[in-house]
Ligand binder design. Structure first.
Ligand code: ZN
Ligand code: ZN
Length: 636
């Protein structure tokens, strides 16, 4: 997933550092004789996907089958409980024949209802009553255009399988068939098309079926290009003006594909699909990785300024996941236990390093110049070094807090803005610094690129298959540390202890100096926010959060206080920072707020400047050798 779409919303991690591997998969029973999913969408405006699961039982007669909706789906680690949108669950004996080309509702045959009991909030149990075959059906509501959820409306059906398809407990590994009946003249497209107008698929297991997001609509477009014998489909469904930019976009996507395959080598697939939406609703946005496709949803229209570059940034990130996450993966990443949140210490590798390379590949593909890339990394440094959570939460702890951070919704108030950091930017900076240190210490013989390639080779290509789900096996962070140390030529135990497992400030100066660069720390022209964030509430300035150990906290200010005046000057949502900027360190600034219908006066004593910006710039005395190392790094 791409983190720029994360909405603020955090919850405190009580760091009971459970190192146990939660991805325990329950023992598989002998496979069912057949499992067929039938998806139809007869009433698009209802937002109700209609799902039928036809099961032929094996001889060892099951007394009952449990159908279960996942609580979350791979790539987004917050728990959403997709079962909340399931309705009209029903089961019956036998399987009705389906006429080719007809919806599942048009068949007529005699079926006896079977008892269905809801076992818990995600599981429905069907008694088989001695039948050799049964049909389980339900509807599921979906009206979110997102790589995580699904949407059915009058324009299209777009789904993430994990949010609409139940699996059969203990039979997730069984082969499954999928048959889709589109409504009207809508056409189906996904990352596993073997022919145009295809309506049926065979998948080795349920996990691969839900790894195949699918778009069904009358009016998507498709552009195709080839790189090294592989075919790339760019499928675009635009809800706004494209401004004639699509041909250029496809050309730039090809540049990114070339840059990333140049680093990794040939991808394993024959064909790959970019499923892209330009939502033009200023709201829907996502990027989600899959084995042979990605879903990319931009909130704007392609014609809007900024959308073009943002789309390419998402493409560079998601396509990197073809290797890092989808194939080279943490130990806990599949097959998953969808009854509990994912638990891994490695999301800083999976997402953070992908963030780093997403930015680097924008440069290597020629879309960003060197200055633009270095500016992007210095923005991440400013973000992480300015976040109070950086002092409290390590990259590993952030990974383990994913279910609280990853766009999770919070009903109770949290202090995560003071205690948490995201593994996306933190992991990005670990990758950035580690890459430069390896290049510096090995005089350019080693690199993080080489670490990633060795990891892919050892864990994906050469390890025996550990499970039914996918080739190879997953890695632990200790595996990653070992391989990185082998490439670096020295033990990275100290680096990992300080910067991955603890919260020490990364050695930016050392890393940058190898490349003839340096980090410059600058106090922003408006140095003080005094530890406040201010939101507009009905146009009035209301305190959103208060930083721990800040002048605002010392003054007794609290979230939800409405700011009335600073230093006797009336403040608004637009001017409060400018008003504060009139004062210097050590000044005492009278503050008036309203809280619970009372007016409260207090004084903020301004401390050290707290708004710091970082900039990466050339070292004046950079040597030719350092410049050569930098050129090799930027070129790849
Ligand atoms: Zn990602
Ligand atoms: Zn669509």
């Amino acid at each position: 997933m791409k983190n720029s779409y994360l909405k603020p919303g955090f919850r405190l991690l009580f760091a009971s550092l459970l190192l146990a591997n939660f991805a325990v998969v329950s023992a598989q029973e002998p496979p069912l004789r057949s499992v067929t999913y039938r998806l139809s969408m007869s009433l698009p405006a209802s937002h109700l996907f209609e799902v039928k699961i036809e099961v032929e039982l094996s001889d060892a007669a099951n007394q009952s089958l449990d159908f279960q909706m996942p609580r979350w789906s791979p790539g987004r680690y917050a728990v959403f409980d997709f079962a909340k949108n399931v309705q009209e669950v029903w089961a019956a004996s036998g399987i009705c024949p389906t006429q080719p080309g007809q919806g599942t509702h048009t068949t007529v045959c005699r079926q006896a209802p079977l008892p269905v009991t809801r076992i818990d909030n995600q599981t429905w149990r069907v008694e088989t009553k001695g039948n050799s075959a049964l049909t389980f059906s339900y509807k599921v509501f979906g009206n979110d255009l997102s790589g995580t959820f699904s949407q059915l409306d009058s324009r299209h059906a777009n789904y993430n399988g994990g949010s609409i398809y139940m699996y059969i407990v203990d039979h997730k590994a069984d082969p499954v068939k999928l048959a889709i009946t589109p409504t009207g003249v809508w056409r189906i497209v996904n990352g596993r098309m073997e022919s145009a107008n295809q309506r049926e698929w065979q998948f080795p297991n349920w996990d691969i079926m839900i790894d195949t997001p699918t778009e069904i609509a009358p009016d998507w477009t498709e552009d195709i290009f080839q790189v090294n014998g592989k075919t790339y489909h760019v499928v675009v469904h635009s809800f706004g003006d494209e401004g004639g930019k699509r041909p250029a976009l496809v050309k730039d996507i090809e540049k990114i594909v070339r840059a990333e395959t140049a680093m990794w080598g040939a991808p394993e697939f024959d064909a790959y699909t970019f499923l892209m939406h330009f939502a033009a609703d200023d709201r829907s946005g996502d990027g989600m990785e899959h084995l042979t496709s990605t879903q990319i949803i931009e909130p704007g229209a392609l014609a809007d300024s900024g959308v073009y570059e943002d789309t390419l940034g998402t493409v560079a990130h998601e396509f990197f996941h073809v290797w890092n996450v989808k194939r080279l993966r943490p130990l806990e990443f599949g097959p998953w236990d969808f009854t509990r949140p994912a638990n891994t210490r490695a999301l800083w590798v999976a997402e953070g390093l992908t963030n780093y390379y997403g930015h680097l590949m924008m440069h290597r593909s020629g879309i960003w110049n060197e200055a633009r890339f270095l500016k992007r990394e210095s923005e991440t440094i400013s973000n992480i070094e300015g976040a109070p959570g950086s002092k409290l939460m390590s990259a590993e702890q952030s990974s383990q807090s994913a279910s609280f951070l990853d766009d999770a919704a919070h009903s109770q108030r949290t202090n995560l803005q003071n205690t948490a950091i995201s593994y996306y930017p933190k992991g990005e900076l670990i990758g950035f610094v580690l890459d430069l240190i390896i290049r510096g210490k090995t005089n350019g013989k080693g690199s993080l690129d080489e670490v990633m390639r060795r990891m892919y080779d050892e864990f994906y290509l050469r390890s025996p298959n550990a499970t039914y789900y996918l080739r190879g096996r997953g890695y632990t962070t200790e595996d990653f540390q070992r391989v990185a140390g082998e490439v670096a030529g020295y033990d990275l135990g100290d680096f990992f202890a300080r910067y991955v497992r603890r919260t020490d400030v990364l050695p930016y100066d050392e890393a940058l100096s190898y490349m003839g660069l340096r980090l410059v720390r600058e106090v922003k022209p408006q140095p003080y926010n005094a530890g406040l964030s201010v939101n507009a509430s009905d146009g009035r300035p209301v305190i959103g959060s208060v930083r721990n150990n800040s002048p605002a906290e010392d003054a007794g200010l609290q979230a939800d206080d409405e700011l009335v005046s600073l230093g006797g000057n009336k403040v608004t949502i637009d001017n409060w920072l400018r008003v504060l900027a009139r004062y210097k360190q050590g000044n005492r600034v009278p503050v008036v707020v309203t809280r619970d219908r009372k007016t409260i006066s207090t004084t903020i004593v301004l401390g050290e400047p707290d708004r710091i910006e970082y900039r990466i710039e050339d070292k004046k005395d950079a040597t030719a050798a350092q410049k050569a190392l930098r050129a090799a790094w930027l070129k790849g």
